[in-house]
Design a protein around this ligand. Structure first.
Ligand code: PEP
Length: 252
């Protein structure tokens, strides 16, 4: 039985005060309202607030994740943040391959593979995002696109390394748009992704790999997504920035 996971991707939102008060209030409400979420909960704030967020979450079951890392250990890369830097403040998880990184920062699969390798070198858990654009979906290319994204990145990893991954299926047309994919579209894609893991790594790994959905999840639709057979949780953007909505999502 795969444990459900909910990840809050805060992107470039929330300053120090907003980050710390959200996390403190979230913990308070989970405790006071006895919210039985029974899920792995991960919050991905901006780089400057990872350290304080981690300190607040010490002793709880919640974790933090970085939203990116640079693909080198160290050196003259002005403005970048390395895996060992993050490791030194206790960060153990990272989101890679998000469509906003692919689109606005031109991260191609070859760079993403380098990022995967460095993240694995420092034993990070990786939430790796894949997904097709709206044009690709209208051309019925979604399966081919996702297959290639995996083939050129994650599928370069060994069976041992795959244990460090969550896969997040995030159709680009559903991210931040308010348009979600249907439960059937997502379940079908997740089943397809699982079948690719089956072919590449065998039954055991394909049964264990956690495949999350991301794309306009909210407090109304989360339950239906999370109850699909191959949907193991969600990567949540906009709705994770509102405390009451996020509480309902983790409770779903
Ligand atoms: C995301 O950016 O990963 C995401 C899923 O965003 P939203 O929930 O806002 O669509």
């Amino acid at each position: 039985m795969r444990k459900k996971t909910v990840i809050a991707n805060w992107k470039m939102n929330y300053d120090f005060h907003e980050t710390t008060s959200f996390i403190r209030n979230f913990l308070k409400f989970v405790f006071e309202r006895k919210i039985n979420h029974n899920k792995e909960i991960i919050i991905a704030p901006s780089f400057p607030f990872l350290h304080i967020s981690n300190q607040i979450l010490q002793g709880t079951t919640l974790n933090i994740a970085a939203q990116n890392i640079y693909q080198k250990d160290e050196g003259a890369y002005t403005g970048e943040v390395s895996a060992p830097m993050l490791k030194s403040i206790g960060v153990q998880k990272v989101i890679l391959g998000h469509s906003e990184r692919r689109e606005f920062f031109f991260e191609k699969n070859n760079v993403l593979l380098e990022k995967i390798k460095i993240a694995l070198k420092y034993s990070f858990n990786i939430i790796f995002c894949v997904g097709e654009s709206s044009i690709e979906r209208s051309n019925n290319q979604q399966f081919e696109v996702v297959k290639n994204q995996l083939k050129e990145t994650v599928f370069h990893c060994s069976s041992d390394e795959i244990k460090f991954f969550h896969i997040a299926y995030e159709p680009v047309w559903a991210i931040g748009t308010g348009t979600t994919a249907t439960f059937e579209q997502v379940q079908t894609m997740h089943e397809f992704i699982r079948s690719l893991f089956f072919k590449k790594y065998g039954e055991n790994i394909s049964n264990k790999i956690s495949i999350l959905y991301g794309g306009s999840i909210n407090d109304f639709n989360a339950k239906n997504f999370f109850s699909q057979k191959d949907i193991d949780g969600g990567l949540v953007g906009k709705s994770s920035l509102e405390l009451e909505k996020f509480l309902k999502i983790v409770e779903s």
